[in-house]
Design a protein. Structure first.
Length: 426
């Protein structure tokens, strides 16, 4: 599908976002292994999160879906059933990596894979810690999906992550749920803590001391009524849209503002962006609030170290903001971008080049020069949802209409994206 995006006169009005993708995955999995029924409101409408639900159904869990409310009838820690066929994670790295921690502890074997893009994403980073816990996992060429997981009893480990990854941390913790004793994960850099908060919400005993997380095995998880906050990573696209289009004022309601994710707002504030948080409250253990954005010039800046790790999903759209900023944007320590749905360093650079912006590419990042006028161009999502949405935002500030090829990729995380974009730029 091709989408034509015309330049916007302003970005204005209000937005209510679909549920946070990261949180939806975790609630869906934990609800399935909890005892009793969980009702999850504002569950993500994205295809990735519904891949998670499909996998849980294939493991014998009864799930009811009505609008954005999902009801999961949990089977307890020992209630999953062997799947009849390959578990399909679709395009979702979150599904295959996190669910593998649960599958590794089951008294049956399973296979899990996904689409062509997912099949190119490395899985050795989860295979190593799960192997240390006693799991047996085979992969194509030793590291790529599909994975063949021979389930069995796991033992607790003390594991130091070689690189910052919330997905790998979650995989180990989810395996640790089934192990006797305490499983500890040590992070080099603190990553998003949705898994820790969700485990605690369902009743697990978990100790969080900075970058060291310890989970007591075999907890009694109990079904809950939960509400998923709006997805801050999705909000980032509209925030940047309002910042780069003159005359814009936008309010985004009910956004998840977890401190391990809200570094985006700190970075934007440091750049001089006019972004304010309003109506802050706690919902299902997560901080939630409204965000008010007004157009204003931004300085630009540098993303590196822990900041890069915290903003890894938002970097493609922040590159667009960098081109519109006074000083440009430099990104370092972002080698993880090379193994996302696409090589996002390469795809960001390619599309910006088509719009007349020469990006200095480095092995672990890039530099986008500032004060650039964006030219109308034919742009490509390369099948990556975040690239599709980031360059749809860039097109709003171009000097003419742009075409986004394979725009349907956005539906992986945000099926309503183009309708929402059209409404606030009408």
């Amino acid at each position: 599908m091709q989408q034509i995006i015309t330049p916007a006169g302003s970005v204005s009005g209000s937005v209510l976002l679909p549920g946070d993708k990261s949180i939806s995955h975790r609630y869906g999995m934990l609800a399935a292994i909890a005892e009793g029924t969980s009702v999850i409101e504002n569950y993500s409408s994205g295809a990735d999160c519904h891949s998670t639900l499909g996998a849980m159904e294939a493991l014998g869990i009864r799930i009811e879906k009505k609008d954005r409310t999902v009801t999961v009838h949990g089977a307890g820690l020992d209630g999953l059933r062997a799947p009849a066929a390959l578990l399909d994670a679709g395009n979702s790295g979150s599904t295959i990596r996190m669910l593998s921690g649960i599958l590794a502890a089951q008294p049956f074997s399973s296979r899990i894979g996904g689409d062509e893009s997912l099949s190119r994403r490395p899985m050795d980073r989860i295979m190593k810690p799960l192997g240390a816990m006693g799991a047996r996992i085979a992969a194509r060429d030793g590291r790529y999906p599909p994975l063949e997981i021979t389930g069995g009893k796991l033992h607790a480990i003390d594991y130091e992550l070689p690189m910052a990854s919330a997905q790998v941390k979650t995989c180990v913790l989810f395996g640790g749920v089934f192990a006797d004793g305490a499983t500890t994960v040590r992070e080099p850099i603190r990553t998003r803590d949705h898994s820790e908060l969700a485990l605690r919400e369902f009743g697990a005993e978990i100790d969080i001391r900075g970058k060291v997380i310890t989970l007591e095995g075999r907890p009694k998880l109990t079904g809950r009524k939960l509400t998923v906050p709006g997805d801050l990573s999705s909000a980032a696209f509209f925030i940047v849209a309002a910042l780069i289009v003159p005359g814009s004022t936008l309010v985004i309601h009910g956004v998840g503002l977890n401190p391990t994710r809200a570094g985006l707002l700190d970075v934007l504030a440091a750049m001089g962006a006019q972004v304010q948080v309003q109506q802050l409250e706690q919902v299902s253990g997560e901080l939630v609030g409204d965000i008010l954005i007004r157009h204003a010039p931004v300085k630009g800046g540098v993303l590196e170290g822990a900041t890069t790790a915290a903003l890894i999903d938002e970097i493609p759209v922040l590159a667009i903001l960098g081109a519109a900023s006074e000083e440009g944007l430099t990104v370092r320590d972002a080698a993880e971008l090379r193994v996302k749905e696409t090589d996002r360093i390469a795809t960001v650079a390619e599309n910006l080049k088509r719009m007349g912006v020469e990006v200095e590419v480095r092995p672990d990042g890039f530099h986008v020069p500032g004060r650039r006028k964006l030219r109308a161009a034919e742009l490509d999502s390369f099948g990556d949802h975040r690239i599709a949405m980031a360059f749809s935002v860039a097109a709003l500030a171009a000097d003419g209409p742009c075409v986004i090829r394979d725009a349907e990729a956005a539906s992986v995380s945000f099926p309503e994206f183009y309708n929402t974009l059209q409404r606030i730029t009408a």
